[in-house]
Design a protein around this ligand. Structure first.
Ligand SMILES: [Mg+2]
Length: 152
């Protein structure tokens, strides 16, 4: 079974979820909770807040550097496309893994996000069981297979 990974060896990980849809936030939190990994997940609901969080600007002065960013594309104020291009331009942030988690199936979004070097592009399944499976395999991959960039 795939839960055979030694979870004790995995340190607590910090995830930043950038998502404006309340229901999706709750679903994602639920799915992560069931993954049994030690996860500290913070949520911001627009791109401007995401950039402030990553740059530890107020009110995010004490924010951790996330191990992984889960980025929605359609967001108010500053959308996920702008966020990713901003991250790529920023020497201090460009090492952070960014996974696009979106309902968009558009080819132009897919291409644009990979052109901006997103680490993966996931189209959110509508069905919760499927979504749960996606989150679980995402956790296993990013937190037990991958070696993440060191925290400063
Ligand atoms: Mg959205």
């Amino acid at each position: 079974m795939s839960n055979d990974i030694d979870l004790k060896r995995v340190r607590a990980v910090d995830i930043l979820l950038v998502e404006d849809n309340e229901a999706d936030v709750v679903l994602t939190q639920l799915a992560f909770k069931e993954s049994k990994l030690l996860i500290n997940m913070d949520t911001v609901e627009d791109g401007e807040k995401c950039m402030a969080y990553l740059r530890k600007q107020e009110p995010y002065g004490n924010a951790p550097t996330p191990d992984l960013i889960l980025l929605d594309l359609n967001l108010p104020v500053m959308d996920g496309r702008e966020v990713l291009s901003e991250i790529l331009k920023d020497e201090a942030l460009r090492k952070l893994p960014v996974v696009i988690l979106t309902t968009s199936r558009s080819d132009s979004d897919l291409q644009a996000m990979y052109n901006l070097r997103c680490n993966s592009y996931i189209t959110k399944p509508i069905d919760f069981e499927q979504f749960h499976r996606v989150v679980k395999s995402l956790c296993e991959y990013w937190f037990t297979v991958v070696t993440l960039p060191p925290k400063k």
